[in-house]
Write a protein that binds this ligand. Structure first.
Ligand code: URA
Length: 425
């Protein structure tokens, strides 16, 4: 591979230039090997933040990141594969009921997930609340479970897109996370390397999301759908509302409990609605004609859940951990809940111990926030609005502070709008 002067490339991007394919391939490879320094890559990431990557640069950048690592191959499985990726929200436990539901309909779901950082929780942290459950599987274990059970939710090994691991950690500490081309290439490089045949993206929008405005969320969704299509992966995105948290729980064990309710045919309406909408998209993208609502109602999705948890060492019948301390926040007025600030709820759950500030921090399985009523529902002064769960009571005061003003109660009836706002393919 030819070699370039990285300072020339940084200057070129800084001044609005377009990088050539060869330059991009060299740069990503040299950065992953350590020949381009973190300080140089941070300068370039900042230049990209301001200047972007054009329609030719972005697929090349994504491809170069994929090529730094291994690619999984599911082509030997007896059924098609589909995966879902969410850009992250508060109370977003959808992966938990969704993966077994789609598997129950005949599509294999290789769901590589992450841990939480900041106010949005991580799927692996939630599932680790189940006694015995193991997040890390070898590629062989993952393939065997996909064939036997049809669904796997596990951590990504270090072999997928190592360039992204390095670059994401760098962006996190240099103020360059919020750049659409960098977010899109980061997410899509991992998803394409994972080898799924079809991909459905849940791009969140609103106060509790990464992208606060519908325009920005739409642009991110379009960019990722374009990258998926360019790589030959059938990709569809739903832009979904994250102004209010999903369901009635944010945390770890509390979200597992709510997911099990959904699999048992109950659960909050918004969680059921989004689970079914994403399942329908995954089945359509995998070209399988099946009715996810019927699979949920018949208990077939619950059967797959139980087998999926047991296959990874978990006991689906074991009681989930409960918090040593709970406290409540009560409504101050009569009326209808007009809004509930997802960011505030996520922050409270995080402060109670459900999330981590640094990658190495442990999380509390039982920590989180639950709420008895959501947007559009009626409450009376003195009703319990939130229950705070934690093992460490000294965390409660700061969680309460996060929830101050998080709910507006209106004297007029209010309603929650649709969860799915737009579909982009
Ligand atoms: N999630 C990712 O994997 N990458 C980003 O850049 C942002 C969110």
């Amino acid at each position: 591979m030819a070699s370039y002067d990285v300072v020339d490339l940084i200057r070129s991007k800084r001044d609005g230039g377009v990088l050539a394919d060869e330059e991009i391939r060299w740069l990503i490879d040299a950065y992953t090997r350590g020949d381009v320094g973190d300080e140089q890559m941070s300068a370039l990431a900042m230049a990209i933040f301001f200047r972007g990557l054009d329609a030719r640069e972005l697929p090349t950048w994504t491809r170069a990141m994929i090529d730094t690592g291994e690619r999984l191959d599911f082509s030997g499985l007896s059924r098609p594969t589909a995966d879902k990726h969410s850009t992250g929200g508060v109370g977003d436990k959808i992966t938990l009921p969704l993966a077994p539901l789609v598997a129950a309909c005949g599509v294999a779901v290789p769901q590589l997930s992450g841990r939480g950082l900041g106010h949005t929780g991580g799927t692996l942290d939630k599932l680790e609340a189940i006694p015995g459950w193991r997040a890390m599987l070898s590629n062989e274990e993952m393939l065997a479970q996909l064939e036997d059970v049809g669904a796997v939710i596990c951590g990504a090994g270090s072999g997928l897109a190592p360039a992204d691991k390095k670059l994401y950690a760098l962006r996190d500490v240099t103020g360059t996370v919020e750049a659409i081309p960098l977010i899109a290439s980061s997410i899509m490089s991992k998803k394409i390397a994972e080898g799924t045949g079809a991909l459905v993206l849940d791009v969140k929008t609103g106060a509790g999301a990464f992208m606060k405005t519908l325009d920005a969320s739409r642009e991110l969704a379009r960019t990722m759908v374009g990258l998926g299509a360019a790589a030959g992966v059938t990709t569809v995105a739903l832009v979904t509302d994250m102004s209010a948290p999903l369901g009635r729980s944010a945390g770890n064990a509390v979200e597992v409990a709510e997911s099990v309710e959904v699999l048992a045919g109950g659960g909050p309406a918004d969680v059921v609605e989004l689970t079914l909408a994403l399942a329908s998209e995954m089945l359509a993208a995998a070209a399988v004609d099946a009715d996810p609502a019927a699979a949920l109602a018949s208990g077939r999705a619950m059967d797959v859940w139980r087998r999926m948890i047991a296959a990874q060492g978990g006991d689906p019948d074991a009681p989930l951990p409960g918090a040593r301390h709970t406290e409540t926040v009560r409504a101050e007025a009569d009326g209808w809940i007009a809004s509930m600030d997802a960011m505030a709820v996520g922050l409270a759950a995080w402060r109670l111990g459900a999330g981590r500030a640094r990658k190495e921090d442990p999380v509390q399985a039982a920590a989180g926030v639950t709420w008895a009523a959501s947007v559009g529902e009626r409450v009376r002064a003195g009703d319990v609005l939130f229950t705070l769960h934690t093992d460490t009571p000294e965390r409660i005061e700061r969680a309460r502070a996060a929830l101050e003003g998080a709910v507006t109660i209106s004297p007029e009836p209010a309603s929650r709008g649709p969860v799915v706002l737009e579909r982009i393919d």
